[in-house]
Design a protein around this ligand. Structure first.
Ligand SMILES: Nc1ncnc2c1ncn2[C@@H]1O[C@H](COP(=O)(O)OP(=O)(O)OP(=O)(O)O)[C@@H](O)[C@H]1O
Ligand SMILES: [Mg+2]
Length: 307
């Protein structure tokens, strides 16, 4: 522990704040992402609230973040679960400040929805279907009238730049609560994002491995692995884009350590196994370890198992 821990932490924290604000989104906007981007723009211009539906890790959040960045707006988001309360969306009074300042704006700490409404930001609501119904009800007014009532402070009208978007996984993978009919009715346009085509997915992997040189044949094998998991009848939840990126990065790193940067079959097979063992969900009754080994062996061929 540093002696002047508090001072040290403060400085380090400021540096981290600055680093976050410098960070630019790296995104491939092609094919389905280009289509989704265009529809988002159309929805915004037509004052329609869109919902983006797609399996985990296809780039729903990234697309929104990039959209907000491109249009120079704040990006705020919340992920729905049982524990989210209206105050987590709108904000709440800080009790300590209320003691000295009373129930004034100075003692109010705004939540992400209110910030997006006040500053005119993009508001991503992930998994809105997992929010308890009474919390979904809190969103009815902001998502219809673009107004919200902040207790004790009054009702505000959102800035013109406020753009709420729902993102969720397809319903069969979703949590206990479904979207309430009233809330669903406010989502006017549904945008589907699936797994990208091969060319786009390989470009996404490349963009996410900027520090490594990956040959076309290694990238091809990574794509074969993830795409095989997406058509296997034994697999309920296949490899996401994240899994492909992880296999590529881990292989490249293992090769850098052990083999002058050259990715062998064994390296690829080991890294794929390490990633996929936790990335896939098999149908009940199927033992993950042998199933992953079989998948990797089949896709990479015998060489992978032997070398
Ligand atoms: N179009 C893209 N361009 C570049 N990288 C991408 C793209 N799509 C996905 N990725 C990569 O995949 C990762 C997952 O994307 P993201 O977090 O946006 O997925 P998601 O659909 O919001 O997933 P979840 O349902 O788990 O929230 C990103 O961090 C990024 O590395
Ligand atoms: Mg997300």
């Amino acid at each position: 522990m540093p002696e002047n821990e508090e001072k040290g932490f403060g400085e380090a924290f400021q540096k981290r704040l600055a680093a976050a604000s410098r960070e630019k989104v790296r995104i491939v906007v092609k094919d389905q992402y280009k289509d989704a981007w265009d529809i988002l723009t159309d929805c915004e211009n037509a004052n329609l609230i869109p919902g983006i539906i797609g399996p985990p890790g296809v780039g729903k959040t990234l697309l929104l973040r990039a959209y907000a960045e491109k249009t120079n707006r704040l990006f705020q988001w919340v992920t729905g679960d049982e524990g989210v309360r209206p105050a987590h969306l709108i904000g709440s009074f800080n009790p300590a400040l209320v003691l000295t300042k009373g129930f004034t704006l100075d003692s109010f700490e705004p939540g992400p929805l209110l910030k997006a409404m006040v500053f005119g930001g993009v508001f991503g609501l992930n998994e809105g279907n997992r929010l308890p119904e009474y919390v979904q009800n809190t969103l009815l007014e902001p998502f219809e009238e673009f107004t919200v009532n902040v207790q004790r402070l009054g009702r505000i009208k959102a800035h013109d730049g406020f753009f709420p978007v729902l993102t969720m996984n397809p319903e069969e993978m979703a949590g206990a609560h479904r979207l309430s009919e009233a809330f669903r009715d406010r989502i006017r346009v549904w945008i589907r994002l699936g797994y990208p085509n091969k060319e786009t997915e390989l470009e996404i992997i490349r963009v996410n491995c900027p520090e490594y040189k990956l040959s076309d044949s290694v990238l091809d094998s990574v794509y074969s692995l993830v795409s095989a998991s997406r058509v296997s009848p034994d697999i309920e939840l296949p490899a996401s884009i994240r899994a492909g990126i992880s296999i590529a990065r881990l292989s490249a790193q293992m090769a850098t350590r052990d083999n002058n940067g050259e990715v062998t079959h064994k390296i690829l097979s080991d890294s794929a196994t390490s990633v996929l063992i936790g990335a896939l969900r098999f149908r009940p009754g199927i033992d993950a370890e042998p199933a992953v080994s079989a998948l990797v062996r089949t896709v990479l061929g015998k060489k992978g198992a032997e070398s």
